[in-house]
Design a protein. Structure first.
Length: 149
């Protein structure tokens, strides 16, 4: 009987910790990031096919930002892959403010900003979220991102 109660208590604690973590991810993280670095865009060739999908370029465990809506890469298009968590990542200055869709397949929330170095908080996309187009008011506005670990 004690084993069952211990197991139930552990499950309840885990459930509460998960709910608390989810609620905390709704606004900007208050932790201190390590620093900021730049993400260089990766050109994706659509093999000459107009409107080819780029979602397949975003692997499980990765957060990706796409130049065009619906992950379209056109020919060529750009994708930015967030290399790690715990650091603010600025989009390369030659391609900043060009994100129209994203897919956060990483294990931590992804905060997006319209200014460099994490200024101008827009919103947070949850861990392992769906592929999504940015709303019109945020289209082509992302300049930096932060994924707390």
């Amino acid at each position: 009987m004690n084993k069952h109660l211990t197991f139930l208590a552990a499950c309840t604690t885990l459930l509460l910790a998960t709910a608390t973590g989810s609620a905390a991810a709704q606004g900007p993280d208050t932790g201190t990031p390590v620093g900021s670095s730049t993400i260089k865009p990766i050109a994706i060739s659509a093999n000459g096919q107009f409107g080819a999908q780029g979602w397949e370029e975003c692997f499980h465990g990765t957060a990706c930002l796409f130049q065009n809506s619906d992950g379209n890469t056109y020919s060529p298009g750009w994708v930015w892959k967030v290399p790690s968590c715990g650091r603010i990542w600025n989009l390369d200055s030659s391609t900043t403010n060009r994100t129209s869709s994203l897919w956060n397949r990483a294990g931590s929330p992804l905060q997006v900003f319209d200014g460099s170095n994490g200024s101008g908080y827009l919103t947070t996309y949850g861990a392992f979220g769906p592929a999504t187009n940015l709303p019109g008011s945020w289209n082509d506005k992302i300049s930096s991102v932060y994924a707390p670990c």
